[in-house]
Design a protein around this ligand. Structure first.
Ligand code: ARG
Length: 595
């Protein structure tokens, strides 16, 4: 069994069937990590629910389960506590055996640390980032990009086929305005549109909008351009496409910097399919025409007055909506891409839209019951004052500026380390800049991922760049430190034979080992629940357990420990470093050998 948790679940399940018969085959074993180590490492709460079902006292049932349990090689004899909790304390020998079975890191390719891929890999779509191309990416897109990337990395690591889809907003009336503004202000580039460069998309949009509001002639031209776009006029489409390409170049620069891979497949991709989707809804009797608009009514969705809330899929003027495109994309992803799980990494403000989308998709049969549709709803990024994040002038903060500042500030951290005799690494200029770029990106990512998904958070450079606490610099430093211990000890961790015995005697040693052995279970949980902060929390726990293990007073000797403890401990160092490297890698963070 891959994790201790899975092993315990399996054993409890077996005991339930042995004790109470086949009727208990579906009873959940309810094994969890203990909150308080005084009670053991894991606990099962299954006796409580079962008490009602079988009409017996939970404590008696717990006794019967424990008597029927076969866990002797894994744990000490389980205790029963309170109303009927079953507590498990792992045997050090069992933990050591599991750690010892982790294969050595491959010289090349991904280190899996013994984590297996899913037995039934599926195709997953992660709908992520998805900015509106009319404008510059801003801090709101940061979360969708980073969270989506992390989720995609974890699902890929578990062996699933993942499409990371950038559902960019590249269609709609704004583009008529932008095309017109481009025609008027940049006539010289119309002949060679691939040369089009707009250093500042945001101000281009703002001035186009100002023209639109000021000049009725311009507004009329813009509306005509919209009709031309919809009608497929080649010249208008060419200008539109050049604009989108330039906007996508801006996004691409950010993705490169953040080390994010993504496939662009924006709203316009679905244009030709929209009429068919609406026709199908009508012919299946799922949509009705109301005041000229085509509407889908879904059970349970009402407006503020309590009246049924329609999902409008074709407006009375014949135009299509955001919802129509999303419905079409859903159908496409299931039918054409073969998706069995679709994860929408979208702000919580779009909750109702996505709920209606999923409900309509089910009803139409485009997202049948075997397709899991999920909204990974995230909260907003706030400014230091707790209000929506804005520049001092009240404008949107460009993502690019934010990343530049993170690197600038990370560079200051590097400089101050270099000024400190105890920490100085003697980095040259190029190294300093490289470290600053890595630390800056890592800080922004880690800070975002370490927050609870649904909560808003305050963007704060000082917090994300702190050397202490649950931050990227602390984690990167912990990793680099473990690597340097290996160098000081004169061993290449990769050369330590895999069958080196691990002995867990000292309390701090056992504590570290108990954290390390949980890695596969944490990865499984995160792949299921898609909450990256579970992983950041775990990695933080790992680095703290390592600090304690290596602590001069509370920990053990490592480099100058007598054999065979020395090799056992160096092996633990290696496993800790690999856990951090792999775990941070799943968060999209690269480690540094020196920091
Ligand atoms: N473009 C939208 C926005 O910036 C997000 C799109 C999310 N994805 C989706 N399939 N609706 O708000």
């Amino acid at each position: 069994m891959e994790s201790i948790l899975a092993e315990l679940e399996f054993r409890v399940r077996q005991a339930l069937v042995n004790c109470f018969g086949d009727g208990c085959r579906d009873v959940e074993p309810q094994v969890r990590l203990s909150q308080d180590e005084r009670f053991g490492d894991y606990q099962s709460n299954c006796a409580m629910g079962l008490g009602k079902k079988l009409g017996k006292k939970p404590r008696e049932l717990a006794r019967e389960i424990v008597d029927g349990l076969d866990v002797a090689e894994l744990c000490e004899p389980p205790d029963i506590a309170g109303p009927g909790f079953i507590n498990f304390r792992l045997k050090p020998s069992a933990i050591a055996a599991r750690l010892q079975s982790i294969p050595p890191a491959p010289r090349e390719g991904v280190d899996r640390m013994g984590v297996k891929t899913a037995t039934e890999p599926i195709t997953v779509v992660v709908d992520m980032s998805s900015p509106n191309l009319a404008k510059e990416m801003h801090v709101g897109h940061l979360r969708s990009t980073i969270l989506g990337d992390c989720v995609a990395r974890i699902l890929e690591f578990k062996g699933h086929q993942v499409h990371r889809i950038n559902h960019v907003g590249d269609w709609g009336t704004q583009f008529g305005m932008l095309v017109t503004h481009l025609r008027n202000t940049r006539p010289e580039v119309l002949g060679n549109l691939d040369q089009l460069r707009l250093p500042d998309l945001e101000s281009f949009y703002v001035s186009a909008k100002a023209e639109f509001d000021r000049d009725p002639g311009f507004a009329a031209q813009a509306r005509k351009a919209v009709t031309q776009l919809q009608g497929g006029d080649p010249e208008t489409l060419r200008i539109w496409k050049a604009f989108c390409d330039e906007s996508l170049r801006h996004c691409g620069a950010i993705y490169d910097r953040l080390d994010v891979r993504i496939e662009n497949c924006g709203e316009s991709f679905y244009n030709d399919l929209l009429p068919g989707v609406v026709e199908e809804l009508l012919s299946k009797g799922l949509a009705t025409i109301s005041e000229g608009a085509v509407c889908v009514f879904l059970d349970g969705f009402v407006n503020r007055e309590g009246n049924p809330l329609p999902m409008i899929v074709r407006k009375s003027d014949g135009g299509y909506n955001y919802a129509t495109t999303d419905l079409t994309a859903l159908k496409y992803r299931v039918e054409q891409l073969g998706a069995r799980r679709i994860v929408y990494v979208v702000g919580v403000t779009q909750k109702q839209h996505l709920q209606m989308l999923f409900a309509a998709g089910r009803k139409a049969g485009w997202a049948p019951a075997n397709v899991l549709t999920e909204h990974l709803a995230f909260g907003s990024v706030l400014g230091p004052d707790g209000r929506p994040f804005k520049t001092r002038e009240g404008g949107t903060v460009k993502l690019k500026d934010l990343l530049d500042e993170a690197v600038f500030r990370a560079r200051q951290v590097v400089e101050s380390n270099e000024d400190d005799k105890a920490k100085a690494r003697g980095l040259n200029e190029a190294d300093r800049q490289r470290v600053a770029e890595t630390v800056g990106m890592a800080a922004v990512r880690y800070f975002d991922l370490s927050h609870n998904l649904a909560s808003d958070y305050k963007f704060n450079f000082d917090h994300m760049l702190a050397m202490e606490g649950n931050t990227a610099p602390y984690m990167l430093y912990a990793y680099a430190r473990i690597r340097s211990i290996g160098r000081k000890a004169g061993v290449d961790y990769a050369d330590i034979p895999a069958d080196t015995p691990i002995t867990l005697e000292h309390e701090s040693e056992l504590k570290l080992a108990k954290v390390l052995v949980r890695f596969p279970e944490v990865v499984s949980t995160v792949a299921g629940e898609l909450h990256p902060n579970i992983l950041t929390e775990y990695l933080y726990e790992t680095s703290k357990a390592f600090s304690l293990f290596y602590d001069r007073v509370h920990g053990v000797r490592v480099i100058d420990a007598p054999p065979p403890a020395r090799m056992s401990r160096l092996r633990l160092c290696d496993l800790a470093a690999r856990t951090l490297r792999l775990g941070l890698g799943l968060l999209g963070i690269r480690t540094l050998e020196q920091m």
